[in-house]
Write a protein that binds this ligand. Structure first.
Ligand SMILES: [Zn+2]
Length: 318
């Protein structure tokens, strides 16, 4: 009879909470924020997008109460994962910011092109890094031991974090329940798909029980296996048809801006799109059509999929 008790699944949030881990699930403009309070220093992994920074500070403050935030860590430096760094540092001046080593120099000199914020037309307030999150070095976070693992593909400098005792993976944009982030190196003709596969294999070998993704809800058990299956099949689709991946990427970047703006005039969106050499370079690989035409096509596809609405000269997030 006692077997019944053992077979009851504790809800995931409770399991995480017992370890001092709180996942602040955000939307797609801001990455999830993962708060670790189990140790003597409270730590936050990933900080969301700049326009949500005040809310991020407020959410963290509510969760921490009087306790200060001591550490801020970024899995990678895309604007939706480190856009709250500056505001959090201002709120807790003694906190230390840790970043993966690949872009340490770009952060030091604040090279907005190298950091990808300028080419993608995104914003990210400047911050300074105090520490490095180097793959292979042990990390003690929230009273737990974590492994820092390189996770190339979506971003060549990204890391994921794994807690082996409880088999918890902070997967960032390397694995979501329904895929993974745009494979940015491939957009400019560099290798990225092979690295995505290697990262998925690495995740398989870790055999995580709980995955805390960069976006979307936490998933566990069979859902992890399903996410990996889906990610492999998505990767194969992109490899077979790289132009499809490039179109997907441009649509993701437009949708991201619409999430930020919510609504804008079509000419404002057009000016924003045409101002980016980066978007032009990506589009030029598949089409010699004028960029205005390329943008119209992408907006039509986004409208058909329900990602935006158009009302006369207005473009609205949907
Ligand atoms: Zn990312």
């Amino acid at each position: 009879m006692s077997v019944v008790r053992d077979s009851i699944e504790t809800p995931t949030a409770e399991r995480l909470s017992a370890l001092g881990i709180t996942v602040l699930e955000r939307g797609w403009l801001s990455s999830n924020n993962i708060l670790l309070t189990g140790g003597h220093e409270a730590a936050l992994i990933d900080t969301g997008y700049a326009t949500h920074a005040d809310l991020t500070v407020e959410l963290v403050r509510q969760a921490l109460g009087e306790r200060p935030l001591a550490r801020i860590l970024n899995t990678h430096l895309h604007s939706d994962h480190c856009g709250g760094n500056a505001a959090l540092k201002a709120a807790w001046p003694d906190s230390r910011i840790a970043i993966p080593p690949g872009l340490a120099h770009a952060v030091r000199t604040w090279d907005a092109v190298e950091l990808s914020h300028a080419p993608t037309g995104q914003q990210c307030p400047r911050f300074a890094a105090d520490e490095l999150l180097t793959p292979g070095t042990p990390l003690n976070l929230g009273g737990l031991h974590w492994e820092v693992l390189a996770a190339q593909g979506h971003d060549p400098h990204a890391v994921i974090l794994f807690q082996p005792t409880h088999r918890i993976l902070v997967s960032a944009d390397a694995l979501w329940a329904n895929g993974f982030g745009v494979v940015f190196p491939e957009l400019e003709g560099e290798s990225g798909f092979d690295e995505v596969r290697a990262t998925l294999k690495l995740i398989e070998s870790l055999n995580p029980d709980i995955v805390i993704p960069g976006h979307g809800s936490v998933f566990t058990g069979p859902a992890v296996r399903e996410a990996l299956r889906l990610a492999h099949s998505r990767l194969e689709q992109f490899e077979t048809d790289p132009a499809r991946h490039r179109r997907h990427a441009l649509k993701v970047l437009i949708k991201f801006k619409l999430l930020e703006w919510q609504r804008c005039r079509l000419d404002t969106l057009t000016d924003w799109f045409l101002a980016s050499d980066y978007f032009c370079r990506i589009a030029r690989r598949d089409s010699a059509a004028p960029m205005q035409e390329v943008l119209d096509g992408l907006l039509s596809q986004l409208e058909r999929s329900g990602a935006l609405r158009r009302d006369d000269e207005l473009v609205l997030n949907a």
